[in-house]
Design a protein around this ligand. Structure first.
Ligand code: ZN
Length: 335
């Protein structure tokens, strides 16, 4: 059988779109010029995925400065101008928007992007949204004072957005929940409840992305503190296995995640991270194929979607392109 390949989500942006070599970089255009530049960048991101030979393509998150805050800033009740600095996932400080009143959605945030993506590629498409738990961890709440309550409100808002993405023809709606790898006790409580609420009632395949983060210093330091075996998934996978979510996107390549934790995922599909995004070294197709083959010892082939560990936005464009090619070629070899 052949594997369908995809990327976790983001790709590096062209130098003419946002300040180069900077995470969460500012835009280099505004107004109509920015709107046009973002669409041009989406076309390039899609072409790069198609040329690499990937099957399920994304917009490369070319319209977002940040995978979480850009969505939050699209909502009412949020002050994106007078920002606050908070510690995210107990790891690093970031400039985030403030929630200053009742939050609500005044229409689509990424829905136009999804429609555009649908119009420029015949392939299956995937759209990413932040997960509710990661959202409440990536803002300053000055109104609700209760993470669980705010997460459940975000879940309803996300569900409105997800249903619109579904109607726009998106094949996979993915919720990015790296916070699920940090606040392990809360996942089984309100975390999964909020995620399922966000993902309910969709035609599209629903996915959740749970990773150990980009290859930035704070994440690399955190990973080196996690010991010889990373067993965070051991706690969340049994909860996910019982959930209504179809697919789980996880980090495997170059990590210390023991493959036997995959046995805990029950019937779920697995977007298996077989490309390490924390290094510029490009995997060979043979390495990728070997990793996919070892994953088949724990997950049936028909439920495996070879992917990247996480977003590739911090990488250079040539490295990201080379990694996508290695991914597609490796998956073909393993078929
Ligand atoms: Zn990730």
């Amino acid at each position: 059988m052949s594997f369908e390949t995809t990327i976790a989500g983001s790709l590096p942006k062209p130098r003419w779109l946002a300040t180069p070599d900077e995470l969460w970089a500012g835009w280099l255009h505004e107004g109509e010029a920015l709107r046009e530049a973002k669409r041009d960048a989406m076309r390039l991101a899609v072409a790069a995925q198609e040329e690499a030979g990937l099957d399920i393509v994304s917009d490369g998150e070319q319209t977002r400065r940040h995978f979480v805050t850009t969505f939050i800033e699209g909502l009412a009740g949020v002050d994106a101008e007078h920002r606050a600095t908070v510690r995210i996932r107990q790891r690093y400080d970031a400039s985030v928007p403030r929630v200053v009143g009742e939050v609500s959605r005044n229409g689509g945030v990424f829905v136009d992007d999804a429609r555009f993506l649908r119009s420029i590629t015949p392939r299956k498409i995937k759209a990413q949204l932040p997960g509710p738990m990661t959202m409440v961890d990536t803002l300053k709440d000055e109104h609700y004072g209760d993470r669980e309550k705010l997460a459940l409100i975000f879940a309803d808002i996300l569900n409105e957005e997800a249903r619109d993405l579904d109607a726009a023809g998106v094949d996979v709606v993915q919720f990015d929940e790296p916070a699920f790898n940090v606040f392990l006790d809360e996942v089984a409580g309100w975390g999964m409840e909020a995620l399922e609420r966000a993902a309910s009632g969709l035609e599209a395949t629903t996915a959740v992305h749970i990773c150990y983060g980009y290859g930035v210093k704070a994440n690399i330091d955190w990973k080196s503190s996690l010991g010889p075996e990373w067993r965070q998934y051991e706690k969340t996978f049994p909860v996910l296995a019982e959930s209504s979510i179809d697919q789980v996107s996880i980090e495997i390549a170059g990590s210390r995640v023991p493959l036997e934790v995959l046995d805990l995922l029950g019937e779920k599909e697995v977007q298996a991270g077989v490309i390490d995004v924390a290094t510029d070294r490009v995997e060979t197709p043979e390495e990728v194929a070997a990793l996919i083959t070892s994953i088949t010892e724990h997950v049936p082939s028909e439920r495996i979607y070879p992917s990247t560990n996480c977003g590739m936005v911090p990488l250079s464009r040539p490295v990201a392109v080379a990694k996508m090619k290695a991914l597609a070629q490796g998956a073909a070899l393993a078929s």
